[in-house]
Design a protein around this ligand. Structure first.
Ligand SMILES: [Zn+2]
Length: 383
């Protein structure tokens, strides 16, 4: 039910209406891309994309950032949905996007003069390789700082903890114990800032922001420039996983609490939205996010933007999976362990940390994403 075989074109509305939403969620990057493009074509979407010229999937397939657009050519309002800014988190985002294309009337009923644009796999390398980072070991959500504004932010707590973040040898139990002890010693806030706040000093380390705009940033703006021309009001949902209680979808705005954008977000969601800046969100204050970059690039557009962050497993083990993956692609790869059972084990661990296999988790994601998208479309159409 809801599955299609390759080449089949005659899927009726009733097939999809009856389909289990868990079936929208993909098994891998290549299958996800195929399903997204197929659903986009059936929905009559205009399709665009950028091919990555310097990176490939593990089996050699090409990597693409794809766009699908529904609605009028010159819309005044636009809902933009992003998936896979954090690579491996793209399983979740891709499932939401493909499901939305299959069930437009339910998941994204468009008011007049409103277009829907979806960008699929903003970080296709990380999606295909089961990594949060891109081909340059860069966390895209630390890469959109204003590079012209001077030196990047510093992370004073990072260097002292690097032996835990990036050990020479990987021993998961020992690493988790060391992390737990340090976290207890310095407190949750300081630990999180050092671990996940982002850093620009250690190119082989975790949560690295890079030295300038990376391919995904350039390709994203290249795609968006054409689509947002003439748009007056923009709403953005950036789909993420890995933080918060399992299955819960937190709407996180990065707008300043005193600004109209935050007031709009609160009104649209009936208060069900948190703020990284006010400090009530599951995410610490960040600089360099894709949402921040988009707002900076299009200052004339009234933008209301949220990250929709779905919890998976407990945070200690999500962070452990990120450190293990960083070790595997650095120390481990140098020793040929990417194609070793030890490597597979770490890959499975990071996949599970950001993409639970449980169909109930996928159904919960679907319901929350649909409610969020509908609230944003209603908000866009409002005063
Ligand atoms: Zn994320």
């Amino acid at each position: 039910m809801g599955k299609t075989i390759a080449g089949e074109t005659a899927v009726t509305m009733s097939d999809d209406a009856a389909a289990d939403p868990a079936g929208f969620f993909p098994d891998g990057y290549v299958a996800a891309r195929r399903a997204f493009l197929e659903a986009a074509a059936r929905a009559g979407a205009e399709i665009d994309g950028r091919r990555h010229e310097e990176a490939r999937a593990p089996a050699g397939e090409a990597l693409w950032m794809d766009a699908a657009r529904i609605g009028p050519q010159r819309p005044r309002r636009m809902l933009l949905i992003l998936s896979g800014v954090h690579g491996v988190e793209g399983f979740c985002g891709s499932g939401v996007q493909t499901g939305t294309l299959r069930r437009l009337a339910e998941a994204a009923p468009l008011p007049p003069e409103t277009a829907l644009v979806m960008i699929h796999a903003v970080n296709p390398y990380g999606f295909a390789w089961l990594r949060r980072v891109n081909e340059d070991n860069v966390d895209l959500n630390r890469n959109f700082i204003d590079w012209a504004a001077g030196a990047p932010p510093t992370n004073p707590g990072y260097a002292a903890l690097r032996p835990i973040f990036c050990p020479q040898e990987w021993d998961a139990d020992a690493n988790l114990a060391a992390a737990d002890a340090k976290r207890a010693e310095i407190g949750e806030r300081a630990w999180r800032a050092a671990h996940s706040g982002g850093q620009y000093e250690d190119p082989a380390g975790i949560f690295y922001g890079g030295t300038g705009p990376v391919w995904s940033q350039r390709a994203l703006f290249d795609l968006l420039d054409a689509h947002v021309a003439g748009v007056e009001r923009l709403a953005i949902v950036d789909l993420h996983t890995g933080l918060g209680p399992p299955g819960h979808g937190e709407r996180i705005a990065m707008h300043d609490p005193g600004r109209p954008a935050m007031a709009r977000a609160r009104a649209w969601f009936g208060g069900d939205v948190t703020s990284t800046i006010a400090g009530d969100a599951v995410t610490a204050p960040l600089s360099g996010t894709a949402l921040e970059g988009i707002e900076r690039r299009y200052p004339a557009i009234e933008t209301t933007a949220i990250a929709l962050e779905f919890g998976t497993i407990d945070n200690r083990h999500v962070q452990l999976a990120v450190r293990a993956d960083n070790w595997l692609h650095g120390q481990g790869a140098a020793r040929g362990l990417l194609d070793d059972p030890a490597g597979y084990c770490i890959k499975q661990q990071i996949r599970d940390a950001f993409y639970p296999a449980d169909p109930d988790w996928k159904r919960a994601v679907w319901r929350r994403a649909v409610a969020t998208q509908r609230a944003m479309l209603a908000g866009l159409a409002g005063p």
